[in-house]
Every structure is written in structure tokens, then in C-alpha cells.
Write a protein that binds this ligand. Structure first.
Ligand code: EPU
Length: 421
């Protein structure tokens, strides 16, 4: 079990290239089975969630080779359509294999993702949409089974622009006869990256990035190459780290438009930010003040994944910072951990209020989830002394070489192995 030792009080300086996007590569790995063939994926981040997805692909009968950020998948030999519970548990987002395997095999069985650290994560919208395409759904023994002799294009309107449900519809509809029109679709940049990958594979999909996506079938190609989008949440993390600790950092391989709302909040807090062709530079050398209320919403709104990160940067900002979490029912579990450092944060339902304090003091804390864990490392950077972040492996699910990347800015972050109790 990793343990992150963070010694605060140092300004961050330097430059960093941002990793490929976790939330883009995961649906793309699932999509590699649609239509068979070979996929070569580059700029993939090296993460525990990626390893878990590759394990699922191997279990399904695909050939998988990985050389750092390059992944080769040969999916012609796929001969399984069921994902065992033990593999599903390793990565909750494996639910996109539902649409991908259904499109490939006409039947898929996997265990339903249960509640997790962000609250209950139902998949009702996924299942309703797959039903609309003609799938029969049954649930028994904790497993969901989707079957379809034939999938038929349909008009599907999502009750909420769910990222995963949008991806599952895109994947399943590739195998449908006729056109599928998906409205109230999620607009996250990762959806557009999935569209690029599927189109390179032979799909005919338009509209990703807008609320209406049209899927017009698929004529499989034997070989597909795709380079994964830069990770906007990793970019937001390193920007918030520099805001929390102070300093002058530059990020490259980043798409500034994808972090626009985070940049706006950081500017309101007193960071000087310059966006140019090569990336983003952030400087913070003076005191920070509270940003205007941060309200998480589906893209292009403020990302729920950056809520804890910006909160970490706000703990010492003058005034009262307000955070409203609209996406997940339980995404303030980092708050009691922040209080251990001396932060003044209160929550009431979906609202958190931070009253900026002058100093934070290092303490042992726990990573409650991926982004909450990263936020605790950031809080540790702006605290005096050592903060130990006990982590049951959350941070490595989403950040590649987190200690080295922060180390490239001069931060003192060490990855240790936690002693077994
Ligand atoms: N929801 C339902 N029913 C459904 C699907 C979703 O009620 O059938 C609810 C969820 O419970 C949640 C909200 O809708 O309250 C949003 O869920 P969504 O489906 O949009 O999220 P997701 O696909 O499960 C992805 C990312 C998350 C990110 C969210 C929101 C991946 C692998 N995961 O999750 O990333 O927070 O979109 O942007 O793409 C992370 O990286 O730390 C992370 C949690």
C-alpha cells in the first residue's frame, strides 16, 4: 500500500508535460474490441486503471502488448463475453465494456458496479439506452446480462448527460442497423476522443462534443492508430498544486480550452496565468483570495474531478470559498482529512465552505478516493512540515509517476510503502 510523504513550504518551479487522459483511454481500450482488428494506442498514461483494463482485454482473449505509453491490442481472437467480478472490482469504470462487448458479441455479462467512494453509482441510464437499441437486460446473482440478436438504431434522450452512458451508447450503436441519434449527450472532451478513435476504426459518428451525437453504423478496418488526448484533470491538478504551494510553473501537452473553468477560478484567486501555443504558465507569488463560488456541472462547466483539487488550493486563500458539488452525491470525503491539517472547512449537504486559514500544519491523512487523495498531497504542499498521505492505491489509479512529476517542480514528495499493521 503506497504512502506519500509530502514536505510542504517549497515553491514549485519548472516545466512538465501532461500525461495522456485516463478518462479518454479507458473507453478507448474497451472500444478496441468493437469490430475486431488491431489497435495501436499511443500517449496512453501508465496507470493502475489502464493495467486493470488490459487485464480485462487479456481475459476476453485479446492479445495485448504494452511498451510504456504505447499499447497494441489484437482483438480478433476474442472468445469471452463475461467479465468476472474480481476483474470488475479492480476498476469501476469497466462498465463501458457493456456496450463494447455487446456490439462485438451480441451478449455480455458483467457484475454491476456497486457503491463506491463517490456514493452510489447506478447504471440505469446505460441500461435504459441499451434497451432502446434492442438489448434484453436481466440481472441475477449480482450480474447484469445484456443480449441482443440484433441491435437497431434509435432516438435516445439521456435524462442526464452521463459520460459513461454516452460512451456505452456510442459503442453499442456501432453494431446497430440504421442510425442512432443520442440527445442530451455528455460533451466532455473524452467523448470526442472516443469518436475520433471509433471513426478511425471504421465507425461513422458525428456530433461528439455537442449535445447531439449521430451514429450511422460501422465498417470495420483491420488496423487503427490513435494518440490519446492530454489529461485535463491531471493538468488541473498540477495548476492547483502550483497555486497551493506558490511558484512559477509551465505545463506542456495541454489543451487550455479543456481547463478554462479551472483557469478562471485560479485567476480569481490571484494567480497570473498566460496561455500560449506551447501550453500554460501559472505564477503565484502573492496571497490568494477566495474565488467566486465553484459549482460543478457537466462539461463545459467546472469539472467535479477538479473540485477537491481547487479546494486544496483554497485552504489558505483569504475570505470564504464556496463549493457546490452537483455531479456525485458523496464527493466531500476529503474534507475531514483537510481539517486534520488545520483547515477550516464545513459541509452542508452538497455545499462546502472554506474559511481561509493563515497556516496549515502537516499531519497523517488518508486518501479517500483518487482526486481526494491528490488533493491531500496538494494540501500537504502548502502545509508546514510533513504530511503523510495513507493511500490504499487511489492516486496511482489516475496519476502517472505523481511523485516524480511534482518532484520535477522541486516539490518534496516521496512514495513510500506503508508499513503493514
Ligand atoms: N448516473 C446515474 N445513472 C447512470 C449513470 C450516471 O444516476 O446510469 C449519475 C452518477 O451516479 C453520477 C452522475 O450521474 O452522480 C455522473 O455520472 P457519469 O456517468 O457522468 O460519470 P461516469 O461516467 O461514471 C466519468 C469519469 C469520472 C468523472 C465523471 C463526471 C471515467 C472513467 N470516469 O464517470 O471520473 O468524475 O465522468 O465527469 O470517465 C475520476 O477520474 O476521478 C472520475 C471519477
Amino acid at each position: 500500500m503506497p504512502l506519500w510523504s509530502v514536505t510542504g513550504g517549497k515553491e514549485l518551479k519548472g516545466s512538465l508535460e501532461i500525461q495522456g487522459s485516463k478518462n479518454a483511454v479507458l473507453p478507448i481500450l474497451a472500444a478496441s474490441v468493437v469490430g475486431g482488428g488491431v489497435s495501436r494506442i499511443t500517449q496512453s498514461p501508465m496507470l493502475r486503471d489502464v493495467d486493470a483494463s488490459l487485464e480485462i482485454l487479456r481475459h476476453l482473449g485479446c492479445g495485448v502488448m504494452q511498451n510504456r505509453g504505447e499499447i497494441l491490442i489484437q482483438s480478433d481472437g476474442m472468445d469471452q463475453n463475461r467479465i468476472p467480478h474480481a476483474l470488475m472490482l479492480k476498476m469501476r469504470s469497466s462498465v463501458m465494456y457493456l456496450g463494447a462487448i455487446l456490439a462485438r458479441c451480441g451478449e455480455v455479462r458483467l457484475s454491476a458496479p456497486g457503491g463506491c467512494e463517490l456514493g452510489s453509482r447506478p447504471i440505469d441510464l446505460h441500461l435504459k439506452a441499451l434497451k432502446a437499441l434492442g438489448a434484453e437486460i436481466s440481472e441475477s446473482g449480482g450480474e447484469v446480462c445484456c443480449r441482443a440478436k440484433k441491435l437497431t438504431g434509435a432516438h435516445i434522450n439521456l435524462d442526464f448527460p452521463s459520460v459513461g452512458a454516452t460512451e456505452n451508447v456510442m459503442l453499442a450503436a456501432c453494431a446497430a442497423e440504421g442510425t442512432t441519434v443520442l440527445t442530451n449527450a455528455a460533451r466532455e472532451p473524452e467523448i470526442a476522443d472516443l469518436q475520433r478513435f471509433l471513426n478511425a476504426k471504421g465507425a461513422s459518428i458525428r456530433g461528439a462534443g455537442s449535445p447531439e451525437i449521430r451514429i450511422d453504423g460501422f465498417s470495420p478496418k483491420p488496423y487503427t492508430e490513435h494518440s490519446v488526448l492530454p489529461d485535463r484533470i491531471a493538468a488541473a491538478t498540477y495548476l492547483c498544486a502550483a497555486a497551493a504551494a506558490g511558484g512559477d510553473v509551465r505545463l506542456t501537452r495541454v489543451i487550455p480550452e479543456h481547463v478554462e473553468t479551472v483557469l478562471t477560478a485560479l485567476r480569481q484567486m490571484g494567480c497570473a496565468i498566460v496561455v500560449d501555443q506551447d501550453g500554460i504558465r501559472l505564477r503565484r507569488d502573492g496571497p490568494m483570495h477566495a474565488a467566486r463560488p465553484v459549482i460543478t456541472r457537466p462539461y463545459p462547466g467546472f469539472p467535479t474531478d477538479a473540485q477537491a483539487l481547487l479546494m486544496a488550493a483554497s485552504l489558505r486563500a483569504e475570505g470564504t470559498s464556496v463549493f457546490v458539488e452537483n455531479i456525485f452525491e458523496s464527493r466531500f470525503r476529503h474534507v475531514p482529512e483537510m481539517r486534520r491539517l488545520g483547515a477550516d472547512v464545513r459541509t452542508e449537504g452538497r455545499v462546502a465552505m472554506v474559511c481561509g486559514v493563515k497556516t496549515l500544519l502537516g499531519a497523517p491523512v488518508t486518501a479517500t478516493d483518487l482526486r481526494g487523495g491528490a488533493a491531500m498531497v496538494l494540501a500537504g504542499l502548502s502545509a508546514e512540515g510533513e504530511t503523510r498521505v495513507f493511500d490504499s492505491g487511489h492516486i496511482e489509479r489516475g496519476y502517472e509517476r505523481f511523485d516524480e512529476c511534482l518532484g520535477a517542480f522541486g516539490a518534496e514528495v516521496k512514495r513510500l510503502e506503508a508499513p503493514q499493521e
